[in-house]
Design a protein around this ligand. Structure first.
Ligand SMILES: Nc1ncnc2c1ncn2[C@@H]1O[C@H](COP(=O)(O)OP(=O)(O)OP(=O)(O)O)[C@@H](O)[C@H]1O
Length: 280
């Protein structure tokens, strides 16, 4: 299997919002960051992938299987999912979650689950209703990882976590993909988080996928030129005029080597591409 996920022309319309014609491939063994502003359609895309939401059109293959087929039910065992509204019953405890998951997943690994519980310092006897947002996300991540999935689908899984825990969890995700057939789709609006660990960046804006590209390729392709320099128009991908002068996002290969081009970060590239010409 080459791709863990394949979306072709996927669309879904709600009143006032449409996810339009989304196509992307997540190669097995890689991490894709799905980024976009609030309301861009990230959760909708993830719900469509899990077939928790029906699409209007398009095709979705998950781990080589059509997500509307019967086979998808058994493939679900191979997917660890953390949704942004991760929820467990109010009175349930960490220990009771273990008992339930034992019956839910064929490959549930109790020892591994309790290792994560300890690592995340989660209380074993506290009722779920008294968990903070960070604790909730940690519990959901522990569950997602403890049934030995091949694909992790994570919707805003790091939001609500403090920077230290967030870093630890991002390392954990990177560790997960060291196995060559392990893949991750992770959505976030914290671009810097995703920049660290992702191989691919997919960028949704108002329901459209504006970009889906290898991260390193984006970093190689674009750079920043400071000041009002003469540049070939085809090299200019975006421009910002601010109090402290002009910054231009350029395609490096179209700019003369005499012009100094600085490195651009993923966040900068995305912002420039979306905003185009801008005066601040
Ligand atoms: N079931 C639904 N019925 C109607 N509109 C919906 C439904 N689900 C999502 N939407 C709308 O679709 C749009 C995209 O929402 P979505 O949750 O996919 O965005 P998102 O990128 O995940 O945003 P956030 O970062 O805020 O979580 C929003 O305008 C939302 O109101």
């Amino acid at each position: 299997m080459e791709n863990a996920l394949e979306l072709r022309g996927v669309s879904r319309t709600f009143k006032g919002f449409a996810l339009q014609d989304v196509s992307l491939d997540l190669p097995a063994g890689t991490i894709m960051g799905l980024i976009g502003e609030n309301g861009a359609g990230k959760s909708t895309t993830i719900r469509l992938i899990m077939n928790a939401l029906a699409r209007d059109s398009g095709e979705i293959q998950v781990l080589g299987v059509d997500n509307r087929s019967r086979e998808f039910l058994s493939v679900k065992d191979d997917i660890g999912v953390v949704l942004d509204e991760a929820h467990f019953p109010e009175l349930i405890t960490v220990r009771q979650v273990n008992t339930i998951m034992k019956d839910t997943y064929r490959r549930w690994d109790e020892a591994l689950y309790f290792q994560y519980i300890q690592r995340f310092e989660l209380p074993e006897k506290k009722a779920f209703k008294d968990f903070s947002r960070g604790m909730t996300m940690k519990l959901a991540i522990a569950v997602a990882l403890s049934h030995h999935p091949r694909l992790l689908i994570l919707d805003e899984a790091t939001s609500g976590l403090d920077p230290i825990v967030r870093d630890e969890i991002l390392d954990l995700f990177a560790e997960f993909t060291r196995e060559e057939d392990h893949s991750i789709l992770i959505s976030s609006h914290i671009i810097s988080d995703l920049e660290k660990i992702c191989d691919y960046i997919a960028f949704l804006h108002q329901g459209k996928l504006l970009l889906c590209e290898e991260k390193d390729r984006l970093l190689e392709t674009y750079g920043i030129v400071q000041g009002e320099l003469e540049l070939p128009e085809e090299a200019v991908a975006g421009r910002q005029k601010g109090k402290y002068g002009t910054k231009t996002l350029v395609r490096r290969d179209l700019v003369s080597s005499a012009i100094p081009v600085e490195k651009a970060g993923i966040e900068e590239i995305i912002l420039f591409l979306v905003k185009g010409e801008q005066v601040q």
